[in-house]
Design a binder for this molecule. Structure first.
Ligand code: PEP
Ligand code: MN
Length: 263
């Protein structure tokens, strides 16, 4: 298998001067959804200042309800791109539909495939043809083997720049939104050469648990994190309950970098 350890020992994904899977501990942060030009710009400046290296922001949102905010689409991508330029950070955003790969590719440095699309095989094949890195989130009901098979679809088409992202799985426990499967980190390290990061926001669904999950992710050897941050989580149009405000995010980064230095 192309994703397997036997094929290669280690893949480092380079995005400008950032190395994912190398020595850097890369923090990706930003709002769940781009809501306005100002919201994403303010968030970009705050997360950059705290030590984030890559800006996230959803424009095409995979919402459970068709009546919930669906994202700003291309307009949102423009705001995200602009905020990334202003703060000198690469940007990442989700693509949900093979027909949108071209348009999303005009604005992003990294494509995100969301949990709900981990086994959208036509999307995986399409994203396998692009020449930019892809963050592949674990399906919420996917085994590690199924997840790696999904990555294989991408690599088989020629795109060898895959970053895996553990974001929690559905279990009987419903105190947390998902059950963050942190053991996936060392398991992926054993089975695959690709980098793996952790999403403590969707992994817990609760902002008060994000710091603990993040510290555990550092300790277990993740290559980075993807964290949702919002200027005013109470007013967020999506995932406010799990989003950190600027000061909480700043404090978290400080603690994580200190921890990283001790490992
Ligand atoms: C997201 O990153 O905002 C998102 C929708 O994540 P997931 O696909 O993991 O649910
Ligand atoms: Mn979200």
């Amino acid at each position: 298998k192309l994703v397997g350890k036997a094929h290669k020992d280690k893949t480092i994904i380079k995005v400008r001067d950032i190395e994912i899977g190398g020595n850097d501990f890369v923090i990706i942060a930003g709002p769940c959804a781009v809501e306005s030009e100002r919201q994403v710009m303010e968030t970009a400046m705050a997360v950059k200042n705290a030590g984030a290296r890559i800006l996230r922001g959803g424009a095409f949102k995979p919402r459970t309800s068709p009546y919930a905010f669906q994202g700003l689409g291309e307009e949102g991508l423009k705001y995200l791109h602009h905020a990334g330029q202003a703060t000198d950070m690469p940007v990442i955003s989700e693509v949900m539909d093979p027909r949108d790969v071209e348009i999303v590719g005009k604005y992003v440095d990294i494509f995100q495939i969301g949990s709900r699309n981990m086994q959208n095989f036509s999307l995986l094949r399409e994203i396998g043809k692009v020449k930019k890195p892809v963050l592949l989130k674990r399906g919420m009901a996917a085994t590690i083997e199924e997840w790696l098979s999904a990555a294989e679809y991408i690599v088989l088409e020629g795109n060898k720049q895959v970053i895996l992202c553990e974001r929690g799985i559905r279990t009987f426990e419903n105190y947390t939104r998902n059950t963050l499967d942190l053991m996936a980190v060392p398991i992926i390290k054993q089975l695959s050469h690709f980098p793996i990061i952790v999403d403590p926001s969707h992994g817990t669904g609760r902002e008060e648990l994000v710091a603990s999950a993040s510290k555990a992710a550092v300790a277990i050897g993740a290559d980075g994190l993807m964290v949702e941050v919002h200027p005013c989580p109470n007013e967020a149009l999506s995932d406010g309950r799990q989003s950190l405000d600027f000061s909480k995010f700043h404090k978290l980064c400080k603690n994580l970098f200190a921890m990283k230095d001790c490992l």
